[in-house]
Design a protein around this ligand. Structure first.
Ligand code: M7G
Length: 332
């Protein structure tokens, strides 16, 4: 018992030190340029740099970094607490109308900050607001352009392997089926703040490391897909009390991270990437493969590609992007 308590204290001490180091990194963030500002979503994304804490063997290397700031939604149970908070200022009054400015003191009302450090040029491009165009990716385009590029230039999936290997986010995992072919890990997505159920966002990550995206799926993967669909919805309803009929389960095509995973969010959550330009419902995927095993190897898949990416340049050079289309803005 005594040994266990000592272990616990040591682990807690190590975690506190890790937290302090990570907060220290955030404090050294210096803004370089604004990548995106969305007043409706109350979100800004900034490119910046982070200098090392002190001159070190890295030779004072400054990292590029991406910082995402998002105002959190209101916590409806906390409204009284919120308006009673000490830091309030009257900014306008006329008859029965008045405005106040409140500086909330409770964590729940604060800003969610995501830091990517070090960030690659690819990260910066992903978050930068830019025009994007539709591509209709045939199987030939996939094999000749997309696949070689993603094999050379895809985002690292180190964070996924860390989760599967239990090196990161271990305490976040809600469910795991350890079977290497049909199993998966279910945990909160980095986009969720972990509190409001109406913005619930989880990700189910397949243990199978050979599956890059829906392009690789065939009949042999039906047990995995059905497992994710059935087990995740059951677990989410048990743990969070959100019924299966209130959940949206889908895969992105094209995904940012080419390790097969399924996005699971509350149907009321208006998040980027949930619409037809990127989202393929898991139930449709299952149905399509049941009808035709090589459906996703044969099908032309349409999606948006942002104009500053290598993929766009390669597709355009080969004449696969229609020049007459009206561009939209990318989401992330
Ligand atoms: P995607 O379709 O490959 O990319 O989905 P995108 O939607 O980001 O363009 C990957 C999903 O994994 C996204 O919903 C990310 O928010 C989520 N995600 C990314 N990272 C780096 C992490 C992470 O480190 N931990 C967790 N829990 N989720 C992540």
């Amino acid at each position: 018992m005594r040994v266990k308590m000592d272990d616990f204290k040591k682990r807690k001490h190590d975690e506190d030190e890790d937290d302090e180091a990570a907060i220290g990194v955030l404090r050294r963030f210096e803004q370089v340029k604004l990548l995106r500002e969305d007043s409706a979503k109350k979100l800004v994304v900034v490119e910046g740099q982070i200098a090392p804490e002190s001159a070190n063997e890295d030779g004072n290397r400054v990292n590029k970094a991406v910082l995402i700031l998002e105002k959190k939604p209101f916590v409806v149970d906390d409204i009284e607490d919120f308006v009673h908070s000490a830091n309030s200022k009257l900014t306008f009054v006329n008859d029965c109308y008045s405005n106040y400015q409140l500086a909330p003191s409770k964590l729940n009302h604060d800003v969610k900050v995501t830091l990517i450090n070090p960030a690659t040029e690819k990260h910066i491009l992903k978050y930068m607001e830019q025009e994007c165009f539709i591509v209709h990716e045939t199987k030939e385009i996939y094999n000749s352009v997309t696949l070689p590029l993603l094999e050379e230039q895809g985002f690292s999936v180190e964070w996924v392997h860390n989760i599967l290997d239990k090196k990161a986010e271990v305490d976040k995992v809600i469910f795991e089926d350890p079977d290497l072919r049909h199993g998966f890990v279910l945990l909160p997505d980095m986009k969720w703040n972990g509190t409001e159920l109406e913005s619930l966002y989880l990700v189910a990550i397949a243990h199978n490391r050979n599956l890059k995206s829906i392009r690789d799926l065939n009949r042999s993967h039906l047990p995995l897909l059905k497992n994710i669909l059935e087990q995740s919805t059951r677990i989410i309803s048990e743990v969070y009390g959100v019924a299966p009929c209130k959940l949206r389960l889908y895969c992105h095509y094209e995904p940012s991270y080419y390790h097969f995973h399924v996005h699971i969010n509350h149907i009321r959550f208006d998040c980027a990437g949930k619409d037809i330009m990127r989202a393929h419902l898991l139930s449709d995927i299952i149905d399509n493969i049941e009808m035709k095993s090589n459906y996703y190897q044969e099908k032309t898949l349409s999606y948006m590609v942002a104009e500053n990416t290598l993929l766009f340049k390669e597709l355009k050079n080969r004449g696969h992007i229609d020049d007459n289309q009206v561009p939209l803005l990318n989401e992330f």
